[in-house]
Ligand binder design. Structure first.
Ligand SMILES: NC(=O)c1ccc[n+]([C@@H]2O[C@H](COP(=O)([O-])OP(=O)(O)OC[C@H]3O[C@@H](n4cnc5c(N)ncnc54)[C@H](OP(=O)(O)O)[C@@H]3O)[C@@H](O)[C@H]2O)c1
Length: 307
């Protein structure tokens, strides 16, 4: 299949390209970060007018996965106009183009459309209540996609892994700091469902292969606090877990509001796929193996200016 990935230089985009390029023809859309990637790159700012149709006409993909976003919560609070362009308008426009061109489309959304006040887990049926600009614009993006293209998949995600910049994921945050012997805080009152981004990528490809459509939670199967996650990473990498201080997120200096419980059920996804979601421990073991085998350096070498 020919797969077009928007936001290919992001944490999900690059790992999705790495996971799929053995089996599929990959074309990535990028703003100039990638120089020597082992797949075709088209340079474009996707918020500029009249860029989407020409890219689709030129590439004629079978599948499109939209990983482009303004995914930094603080930046969204600072620039709500840009947040709306990337997180709401762009997905809607891509959904229209895919419907017109008969292209199977996945739009990537977020677990944080929920306010986190529920006890227990959230299903796809639960009411949303986004706590800030990022999550509000992402929820509006989901709605724009569903309205324009009912065949599309909307995947609410959360993941960790190795990124081009080396600092994009929580997994990298713990590894980078603990390796340097730096003390860090780990929130004990923020629950999420981490999954290795390569597993997210494999699940998304499986969803396309099975011609699924609709809204799905595509996260890990094991809820844990961010503190617990840090401890698990430290143990796997043989780093000093006592450098991680258990702390309440209420003490954080981050300005954008965050939800405290993002335990999302993956029952709908695993039932539709006909298999379990890869376990947390398998993903963490792969994260460590990638580190040992130089995977972070390999993907970083694809960047503009990398030696
Ligand atoms: N990371 C997580 O755990 C997490 C959690 C929940 C949801 N998500 C969602 O998952 C998706 C992928 O997230 P991520 O962590 O991979 O994000 P990321 O690393 O911040 O990547 C965002 C991508 O969007 C691209 N982009 C930004 N503005 C653009 C523009 N004007 N034109 C073209 N491309 C543009 C970026 O390109 P540049 O390199 O040029 O900036 C980058 O490739 C997003 O929809 C995000 O909301 C992620």
């Amino acid at each position: 299949m020919k797969l077009l990935i928007t936001g290919v230089s992001g944490l999900l985009g690059i790992n999705l390209a790495m996971e799929s390029m053995g089996e599929h023809e990959i074309i990535g859309v990028d703003r100039g970060t990638l120089k020597s990637a082992p797949f075709q790159i088209i340079q474009a700012d996707l918020t500029r007018g009249n860029v989407i149709d020409p890219i689709i006409d030129l590439t004629r993909p079978d599948w499109l996965i939209n990983c482009a976003a303004l995914a930094n919560l603080e930046k969204c609070e600072e620039d709500p106009v840009q947040a709306k362009k990337l997180n709401t308008d762009l997905p809607g426009e891509l959904a229209v183009a895919c419907a017109k061109g008969n292209i199977r489309f996945i739009h990537i959304s977020t677990d944080s459309v929920f306010d986190g006040t529920k006890e227990g887990f959230y299903t796809e049926e639960d009411e949303t209540n986004p706590p800030g600009i990022y999550s509000q614009t992402k929820l509006n993006g989901e709605r724009a996609v569903q309205e324009a293209n009912p065949q599309a998949i909307v995947a609410r995600v959360n993941f960790y892994g190795w990124s081009l910049g080396g600092q994009r994921s929580l997994g990298e945050f713990f590894v980078n700091n603990l390796k340097e012997g730096k003390p860090v805080n780990g929130f004990t009152d923020v629950i999420f469902c981490p999954i290795l981004v390569n597993n997210t990528a494999r699940l998304l490809l499986g969803m396309l292969q099975q011609k699924m459509s609709g809204l799905y939670h595509v996260v890990g199967g094991k809820p844990m606090s961010k503190y617990q996650f840090g401890v698990e990473v430290a143990r796997k990498f043989g780093l000093d877990e006592t450098l991680i201080s258990p702390q309440s997120a209420k003490m954080s200096s981050l300005t954008a509001k965050r939800s405290h419980n993002l335990w999302l059920s993956t029952h709908k996804l695993s039932t539709a796929l006909g298999h379990e979601i890869p376990s947390f421990s398998t993903g963490l073991a792969e994260f460590y193996t990638q580190f040992q085998q130089g995977y972070p350096q390999k993907i970083r070498s694809y960047q503009q200016g990398a030696r």
